[in-house]
Design a protein around this ligand. Sequence first.
Ligand code: IPE
Ligand code: IPE
Ligand code: MG
Length: 259
Amino acid sequence: MPSSEISPDRMPRHVAIIMDGNGRWAEARGLQRNRGHLAGVESVKQIVRSVRELGMEYLTLYAFSSENWNRPDAEVSELMRLLEIYLDENIAEAQERGVRLRVMGHMDRLPQSTRAAVDRAVEATLENPNGDLIFALSYGGRGEIVDAVRDIIREVEAGRLDPEMLDEKTFAAHLYLPDVPDPDLLIRTGDECRVSNFLLWQIAYAEIHTTSVMWPDFRREHLEAAICDYQARERRFGMTSAQVEKGDETDDGGRAEPQ
Ligand code: IPE
Ligand code: IPE
Ligand code: MG
């Protein structure tokens, strides 16, 4: 059940989170950065549960960016190891709750054992109907757009697509998970205010909530605060406030078609 301040009929359908601050959380305690990543896994577990309990359909977690490959080898290996353990340990809970685990990013760059853990989790939960838990892994928003462009060029070359017919909807159909609606709410923890190459196309109209809470400390109460913040915003999609109040919605549930 949502807390009393949250309005259950205005929940974001899709929440995306940039889980930042693990390293600083650890360093502030005189610990190795990897201890922060370990503590961050507990936050993932708690937040995944809270998102389901609050009734949101899609949760996308930025777990590892394409730029994160540039971190020291030992840190990258630890992140991969934690991910494998998380996935293997949480398949059962995902099954129990009917949650589908999905991934977006360049899985081909992952170590073989991590890729195998991803495959196991994705396959085991494929048919689950109660919402998607999506991990952005080895993911970059620019890379995703470039991959979409490559796909589109192939379609054009094969004579299946007329370049004149290319519009935003057709373009978006070539992104990694075209069936997933754009995030309504983007949360970044860890006291930074940037998007760090996350879902660049999809966050065009996301409401952004940043917090100084480091990811290992992020709990349901912080998620609820982000949702309250979201619900206090007026999403205008380019229209005027008067139009929004009058309910001049566009066909696609309020997302104004760019002209
Ligand atoms: C987020 O925490 C985890 C990943 C990027 C994988 P960081 O490791 O970026 O933590 P800070 O930003 O250095 O504190
Ligand atoms: C963003 O965090 C990536 C993830 C949370 C996986 P970073 O810590 O890598 O972002 P920057 O480098 O500070 O922008
Ligand atoms: Mg960081």
